[in-house]
Design a protein around this ligand. Structure first.
Ligand code: OAD
Length: 234
């Protein structure tokens, strides 16, 4: 039986790369094509909401043509078959973990399929195009609807639950993330302080690779199923 009871898994854009969604900082990634200050900050949205809506409409459309890959499926399998607790904390705003069957899942950077109204703060599911002309289904005012995405300068979601889970975890796995963005980049240190074993699964060594006790490099669709197989066999 696996020596690990409580496992926290942090995922990033590299996990969805083989499903056909671009990462952010790789060559040809999202931030090579767009200035994050224009499309991923509250100030950018205030300056040019139409541009921001177009950016997220495009990314919402992308969701309709992609499917979970072997890595998403392996993590869902781990949750189903592992006798202990599995929590997936994702920085991804796509819905591929859910599509693969993960249930104990926290989207710390928001979700492409959700929006909220900046006037009344009510949120709802949204799979279509969004624009400044669309009225809020709750308060009826137009102009305030925005993607439910955590932009730079905003506070990630679920931090209390994540910090609590990191304090209890005996294994922390980081998958497909460059380790550039705080606070997710600090999770490995947090888990280590609390005594967890730490593992990086990434295409190449990330910025913070030296923080991990173990690192396995390769495409997520290969290294994640293999690692899950090992955990379940232990
Ligand atoms: P990045 O684009 O910064 O990093 C993606 C990582 O995935 C890199 O280290 C790649 O080497 C790795 N990678 C690429 N293809 C892979 C594959 N097939 N298998 C395994 N690994 C692969 O993306 P994130 O770390 O997720 O936030 O970025 C974190 C946050 O920065 C995002 O959530 C987003 C962005 O700005 C917001 O928009 C708020």
């Amino acid at each position: 039986m696996s020596p690990y009871r409580r496992i926290v898994i942090l995922t990033g854009a590299g996990l969805s790369a083989e499903s056909g969604l671009a990462t952010f900082r790789d060559k040809g990634g999202v931030w090579a094509k767009y200035d994050y200050r224009e499309v991923a900050t509250p100030e950018g949205f205030a300056r040019n909401p139409a541009l921001v809506h177009e950016f997220y409409n495009m990314r919402r459309r992308d969701l309709k043509r992609v499917a979970p890959n072997a890595a998403h499926k392996a993590l869902a399998r781990l949750e189903r078959e592992h006798p202990g607790e599995i929590l997936v904390v994702t920085q991804n705003v796509d819905n591929l973990h859910e599509a693969a069957g993960s249930q104990n899942l926290l989207h710390m950077h928001g979700e492409l399929t959700k929006v909220f109204c900046t006037n009344c703060r009510m949120g709802c599911s949204w799979t279509d195009e969004l624009s400044i002309d669309i009225a809020c289904p709750t308060c009826g005012k137009a102009g305030g609807m925005r993607p439910d995405i955590v932009w730079f300068g905003e506070i990630p979601y679920h931090m209390e639950a994540i910090v609590g889970a990191l304090a209890r975890a005996d294994l922390f796995i980081s998958i497909g993330t460059s380790g550039n963005v705080y606070p997710a980049s600090g999770f490995v240190a947090e888990a280590k302080t609390n005594g967890a074993h730490t593992v990086e699964l990434n295409l190449e060594p990330s910025e913070g690779v030296t923080m991990f006790a173990e690192a396995i490099h390769g495409p997520a669709s290969q290294v994640v199923p293999a690692y899950v197989e090992e955990l379940l066999a232990d």
